[in-house]
Design a protein around this ligand. Structure first.
Ligand code: ATP
Length: 425
């Protein structure tokens, strides 16, 4: 594998060399594993180093972090650590371990093991290869399960027949890798997968673990292929028994992809969208408010995520009724859209093809969203208004007038303020 390693950026090669030296000095063996080894062979860029150490992984990680001035997070109980370097470079370091599942879909019991044990606990052959980075062995590929051949044949293959029973999240992972690399889940693996689905294993696994895999899928560019494949293989009952996914969901998800593309092209400097969340909103579109809340609770989404997932539900009717017509005042548009997250607005844009709604949303992002008034607290103070809640009311009144084109300059804002003060606003 030396020739593959030589193609990496100089900085990454140096880090790998250094990791190898640290392993040798400590009399340990270290290997590049998992996604990094897979993507190296595929020639796909992946700068997250994943290192397994036969020996004390934490000691190795501490020496490595000292030498590279990396920030280190240790998980002593698991014998793992993450080193973070400049430029977002992340290095996961783990002590080689063996895992056993006390019962199906449980969390595994972990104990120290050999490299072979560590590779044997992995999900697919293509993720179960290692490249030695220590001493004379440097660059040797260790491939007990013929992962390199499966990469060449474009196959997703589990390591043993109970793999999906032990860990049903692998069902989602299989689909993710299949679609990302345009591979196929090979026939035997597909049978094992379907067997696990029939046993309703996805309903038995801890929902938070499924959530993390769902999010990873939704972060895969445009995830429509992945979602279709999951629907075909497992349905969506594991997300919510009420989730009815139809052709219109497919259309909505495609439209969401287009709207995200539009937003990112038109406003590259705005806040980055949580695109995955918009796709998830699209997927849950057919659910009621209370069923969506149940999904949020089951999967333990964060408060902020839950708020955004729910916000589209309560407001939709009002939104469509108020904006689906001509000549809506900018202040009305602003008042409706400003309290919403960008994610919710993009969902609405994807969903409502009404030309007025389309135009108002574009105007909102183009003009209203960034509009500021010129008067400040000082100006109000000079006019004898004491600081307090009244300030906010006056500012809002002026902004509304500015949105509707009733005031343009600071002088006009001041004239309006005087009127508002007279009216005791
Ligand atoms: P990505 O390119 O999406 O980051 P990855 O292969 O690096 O993919 P991770 O989720 O970061 O995926 O996992 C790192 C490695 O850990 C995998 O390559 C795989 O070997 C192993 N792994 C992760 N999740 C599981 C699992 N559920 N069961 C078995 N092995 C797993």
């Amino acid at each position: 594998m030396r020739e593959y390693l030589r193609k990496l950026p100089r900085e990454t090669q140096d880090l790998i060399g250094l990791a190898g030296e640290i392993a040798s000095v400590n009399n340990m063996r270290a290997y590049l594993v998992g996604g990094f080894a897979r993507d190296l062979i595929l020639g796909v860029k992946n700068l997250d180093l994943d290192i397994v150490v036969e020996g004390d992984g934490i000691k190795f990680a501490e020496d490595f972090a000292r030498a590279t001035k990396a920030a280190l997070t240790r998980h002593k109980r698991f014998g793992t650590a993450t080193a973070r370097l400049a430029h977002n470079l992340k290095i996961d370091i783990a002590t080689a371990r063996q895992e056993t599942y006390p019962f199906p879909a449980s969390l595994p019991q972990v104990r120290r093991g050999t490299l072979r044990d560590d590779l044997a606990r992995r999900d697919f052959t293509i993720n179960a290869m290692a490249i030695s980075i220590g001493g004379r062995d440097f660059g040797r590929l260790i491939d007990f399960f013929s992962g390199k051949k499966d990469l060449a044949d474009k196959k997703i293959r589990v390591l043993h027949e109970l793999s999906f029973i032990d860990d049903p999240t692998r069902i989602l992972r299989a689909v993710r890798f299949e679609k990302r690399y345009n591979f196929r889940i090979e026939p035997q693996t597909l049978l094992f997968l379907k067997g696990a689905v029939r046993l309703k294993m996805l309903e038995k696994v801890q929902p938070q673990r499924l959530r993390d895999e769902i999010i990873l899928i939704l972060k895969e560019g445009r995830p429509l292929k992945e979602l279709r494949r999951i629907r075909e293989l497992a349905g969506y009952g594991f997300i919510s028994p009420r989730l009815a996914v139809s052709k219109s969901t497919d259309q909505l998800l495609t439209s969401i992809g287009n709207c995200i593309g539009w937003f990112e092209g038109a406003y590259p400097r705005r806040r980055q969208l949580d695109s995955w969340l918009i796709y998830f909103m699209g997927l849950l579109d057919s659910l009621s408010l209370s069923d969506t809340r149940a999904v949020c609770r089951k999967f333990v989404f964060s408060r902020g995520e839950e708020k955004r997932l729910l916000s589209s539900k309560g407001l939709e009717r009002k939104f469509a009724a108020s904006l689906g017509k001509a000549k809506v005042k900018p202040s009305v548009i602003f008042n409706l859209l400003e309290p919403l997250s960008y994610e919710t607005i993009i969902l609405f844009k994807a969903k409502y093809k009404n030309r007025h709604i389309q135009k108002y949303i574009e105007d909102f992002f183009d003009i209203y969203n960034g509009m500021r008034i010129e008067i400040r607290g000082d100006d109000l103070h000079k006019l004898g208004v004491m600081p307090g809640p009244r300030y906010k009311k006056i500012f809002t009144g002026v902004l509304q007038a500015k949105l509707d084109g009733l005031v343009k300059t600071k002088a006009e804002e001041l004239v309006l303020i005087k009127k508002l003060i007279e009216r005791k606003l």
